[in-house]
Write a protein that binds this ligand. Structure first.
Ligand SMILES: Nc1ncnc2c1ncn2[C@@H]1O[C@H](COP(=O)(O)OP(=O)(O)OP(=O)(O)O)[C@@H](O)[C@H]1O
Ligand SMILES: [Mg+2]
Length: 399
């Protein structure tokens, strides 16, 4: 039986990724058809990157190479070739065609036998592989594109000069994907603040400085995506929860946030910051995006201000710190980040951010899918009572 030219394709419109898994051979017998099939697929799945998954490819002839070459011209730098076997990699390299694409080898398989667990989060478990590296193993249902995107964002953020771990390859661990990262300190900022409270102010200042450093880094939308797109998707996701009028108000609020292409972390909290040699470093880069810094503030405030009121025990668990410390850190962030403004101005900014943070609370069905029913219900109620009535006022007047 003839083997298929293309085994499957997956289009993730949101991530802007078309992933095409090829068959075993692309040679003079099928290269023309392969080119035609890819062109047709591209027309129905436009925009973003094309990832060719060569997991099954065993042979590629000059005709096959020419199809990739033509595509590299029409698609500019938007092609990646992944899961390349050593034999196929040789063909790309010896012909010099490797210079046209971003090639990556077949995924390694990693065994966790004897590896200690060093952390756990919403996405999965983190294990120590060896003294220098850790592996973040995603839940088995995690999509490859989500995993690859986190690796890519972490890599791009490090290239931008932000302090974060080296991200090595995406690997296979049993039925799950994992990312191998540089081991970047063994204590989180939350741990250090609790252990060394005497130096709280010094750490808190470094925390604010890191926040500012992210927000003074320009990010390209192609690599990092737009935070506004995520919020728009979140609003659509909640279309069964809110009335059409309420949804329109939420959309208006997002629309009125000024366009920016600065980087935002998206999940900035003291458990996502590690201490290394007295310096702070960021981890958990899967939500890094571009947008106005208010998106970072509203996400941080959603847990450090809102959740703290709604469910203090949960906020303590989430941030890894006792409630008074969470408030102290938030206050210090406001004062340091907005240094130079009067106490009254800072109070007003704080108040506005608290308002904006209800946007994330309102969209909890999308952003916090693991939340228990009671907290989810309380979040929606909170948004109805405290956000929707003031949303027009909040949407106006952005400096
Ligand atoms: N590069 C690293 N070096 C050292 N420890 C790490 C590293 N990456 C992760 N960890 C540890 O693993 C924990 C979980 O990692 P991470 O925050 O990336 O996972 P997550 O599932 O995305 O978490 P979240 O629940 O915040 O979304 C961290 O809190 C930290 O203790
Ligand atoms: Mg985390």
């Amino acid at each position: 039986m003839e083997k298929p030219l293309i085994i499957n394709h997956i289009y993730d419109k949101h991530a802007g990724i078309l992933r095409i898994r090829t068959g075993e051979r692309i040679d003079s017998g099928n290269a023309v058809s392969f080119g035609q099939v890819v062109t047709t697929l591209r027309q129905t799945c436009p925009g973003g990157r094309i990832i060719f998954d060569l997991e099954d490819l065993k042979y590629l002839s000059s005709m096959g190479l020419r199809v990739f070459l033509k595509l590299s011209k029409t698609e500019k730098n938007r092609i990646s070739v992944v899961n390349v076997s050593p034999e196929v990699e040789d063909i790309f390299r010896m012909t010099g065609f490797d210079t046209f694409f971003d090639l990556s080898r077949k995924m390694r398989r990693v065994s966790l036998d004897g590896c200690a667990i060093i952390g756990r989060g919403a996405n999965g478990m983190v294990y120590r592989l060896n003294p220098d590296t850790i592996i973040k193993v995603f839940r088995p249902d995690a999509d490859f594109s989500v995993v690859e995107r986190e690796r890519e964002k972490a890599r791009a953020a490090l290239l931008k000069g932000l302090p974060t771990a080296i991200s090595y390859d995406v690997v296979q661990v049993g039925d799950s994907y994992g990312i191998v990262f540089e081991m970047i300190g063994s204590k989180s900022l939350a741990d250090v603040l609790k252990e060394d409270e005497a130096h709280f102010d010094r750490y808190a200042k470094a925390y604010s400085a890191l926040y500012k450093e992210i927000h003074s880094t320009e990010g390209d939308v192609e690599t990092f995506g737009r935070e506004k797109d995520i919020y728009e998707e979140a609003i659509e996701y909640c279309s069964d929860v809110y009335t059409p009028q309420e949804l329109e108000k939420l959309r208006l609020l997002v629309r009125n946030i000024p366009e920016r292409t600065t980087l935002i972390h998206g999940d900035f909290h003291p458990k996502n910051i590690m201490l290394i040699d007295g310096e702070l470093a960021l981890i958990d880069m899967g939500d890094v995006s571009t947008g106005h810094p208010v998106f970072d503030f509203l996400a941080t405030a959603a847990t450090q201000v809102n959740l703290l009121k709604l469910d203090p025990a949960f906020a303590e668990q989430f941030t890894g710190m006792p409630a008074p410390m969470i408030s102290r850190l938030w206050k210090s962030l406001m004062e340091d980040y907005f240094a130079g403004k009067s106490t009254d101005e800072i109070r007003q900014i704080d108040h506005r951010i608290a308002g904006f943070s209800k946007l994330k609370v309102a969209l909890a069905p999308y952003f916090a899918r693991d939340l228990n029913e009671a907290v989810l219900h309380a979040s929606i109620q909170d948004a109805r009572t405290n956000l929707l009535p003031i949303i027009d006022e909040l949407a106006r007047g952005f400096e």
